[in-house]
Design a protein. Structure first.
Length: 294
């Protein structure tokens, strides 16, 4: 018997049936370092969830096949015992079961490959099939003209009609250069796996890592989709400290302060209806879920 969380997810992803004898829903959540990861918000969000749910490594992708090591260089690290260790750029897949739910998650954390993207995405989808993945969440972050002092926008898009209707998302209207997330989204769609892409907009004038406020915004959106309350109190404090720090830096430069005010005015004017309606309802629903969990 499936619980309400899993039933809700199956309504969000109508094509993701349980399969023959399969009682749990498996969601793949993927993020990649590099072009798709402004402020490292996307990969930090995936790493946060992997730590939270105690993910266990189930597979890796051979780095020799996909990376130019002169462009994405390996890193020398020292182990706890002082031994020298080389960390190669690669892609790691970990698996966990979300506590008190019928949801399994496959995390994909990797560095955007240098070449052979079609073979790379085909290998990832082969792992997804082997691990009985029902649907995929692709997580990214981009630099944008948004103010740091307002909620970080997270855009959700999908090429799946049923998913768009369930999540009230749109088809991406973007045209131009794409990253590995865009390629994986298309390949997964062609394979019939329901896929959603989540993109956080990181303020371009503070685009360096870390970006805890953008990371938190992505986690909240994942929380809404998975319908599983997340413990993010520590990260919320880090996001507030980050915002205060940017406030202080902005006040030291009159031109930056004026630019931030301009972005704030544009944001407030464009999203006033949402700020007083849907966004408040979402936050209240998230609060109630966490209270019930306690």
């Amino acid at each position: 018997m499936e619980n309400n969380q899993t039933q809700g997810l199956r309504r969000l992803f109508p094509k993701a049936g349980p399969g023959a004898g399969q009682q749990r829903l498996t969601v793949m959540i993927a993020a990649f370092e590099g072009w798709n990861d402004a402020g490292e918000a996307a990969t930090d969000a995936v790493k946060y969830l992997n730590r939270l749910w105690d993910g266990t490594k189930v597979a890796t992708i051979d780095p020799d096949l996909y990376y130019d090591f002169q462009f994405t260089r390996p890193i020398i690290r020292r182990t706890a015992s002082g031994q020298r260790h080389i960390k190669w750029p690669t892609t790691k897949l970990t698996r966990c079961s979300i506590p008190r739910s019928d949801i399994d998650v496959i995390f994909v954390h990797g560095v955007e490959p240098s070449y052979r993207w079609r073979a790379y995405t085909a290998e990832l989808l082969a792992h997804a099939t082997e691990l009985n993945v029902n649907c995929i969440l692709l997580v990214g972050a981009l630099l944008a003209d948004v103010p740091h002092s307002r909620p970080i926008p997270v855009t959700a898009t999908s090429d799946d009609d049923a998913v768009r209707q369930a999540l009230n998302t749109e088809v991406s209207q973007y045209e131009g250069p794409t990253g590995i997330i865009g390629v994986l989204a298309e390949v997964a769609s062609m394979a019939g796996i329901p896929t959603v892409s989540l993109w956080a907009a990181v303020p371009h004038y503070v685009g360096q890592a870390p970006s805890p406020k953008a990371e938190l915004a992505l986690l909240h959106r994942i929380e809404d989709i998975l319908q599983v309350p997340l413990e993010t109190s520590v990260l919320s404090e880090e996001a507030e400290a980050w915002e205060r720090g940017v406030d202080e830096l902005a006040t030291e430069d009159p031109e930056v302060a004026a630019y931030v005010r301009q972005l704030e005015e544009a944001k407030d004017t464009a999203e006033l209806p949402e700020a007083t309606g849907e966004s408040i309802a979402r936050e209240f629903e998230r609060y109630l879920k966490k209270r019930r969990k306690e």
